[in-house]
Ligand binder design. Sequence first.
Ligand SMILES: O=C(O)COP(=O)(O)O
Ligand SMILES: [Mg+2]
Length: 216
Amino acid sequence: MDRIALFDLDGTLLDSAPDLHSALDRLMARHDRPGFSREEVWRMIGDGVTVLVQRACAARNLAFSPELVADFMADYEAHAADETRPFPGIPEVLAALRAEGWRLAVCTNKPEKAARIILDDLGLSPLLDGIGGGDSFPVRKPHPGHPLGLLARMGGEASQSVLIGDHQNDTRAAKAAGIAAIFAAWGYGQPEMAEGAPVASAPGDLPGLLAGLRLG
Ligand SMILES: O=C(O)COP(=O)(O)O
Ligand SMILES: [Mg+2]
């Protein structure tokens, strides 16, 4: 059975906050609301796009409606890879893990279509064997059904897999699914979100940490 590494996207593989931030600020501007600081946006990322827009609306006293999400997404998808880049070292680490025999996939709360657009644009798709977005399954992280649904699609097994992410939604989903977890400390989360999982302080730590996992 292949070993599978599931990667969170926003704040783990990709520094995507700048484009999310710009699209949120443009949405607010269309409704005569001021924009956000970088830290405010970091704190709003992690639960998918609907919750992101809900949090932004609540912070700016704007009545939430699903149309705002559709409006945000149309704009974001057209600009999702303007400034978004892999964190330094990520492409090399993905290539090294593949060379060691790991199968790789993305398990993100971002909608699957947007995730695919960005990963294609940044040239990372050929390194991946699967992508499970926040709308790909009936549930999303922190629900274990999200990573487990992705593993089922890939013919993988929880006991042979690891989930690497920057948010408590990642560490909690992994734990509930019986999947090993690694916390990505370079992302948008807070240190306590590791919730006991081993911590990688930079992408370059991952090959060593993954090699040290006792899977199965
Ligand atoms: O879109 C989000 O809010 C979070 O996405 P992530 O699961 O890739 O961090
Ligand atoms: Mg994340």
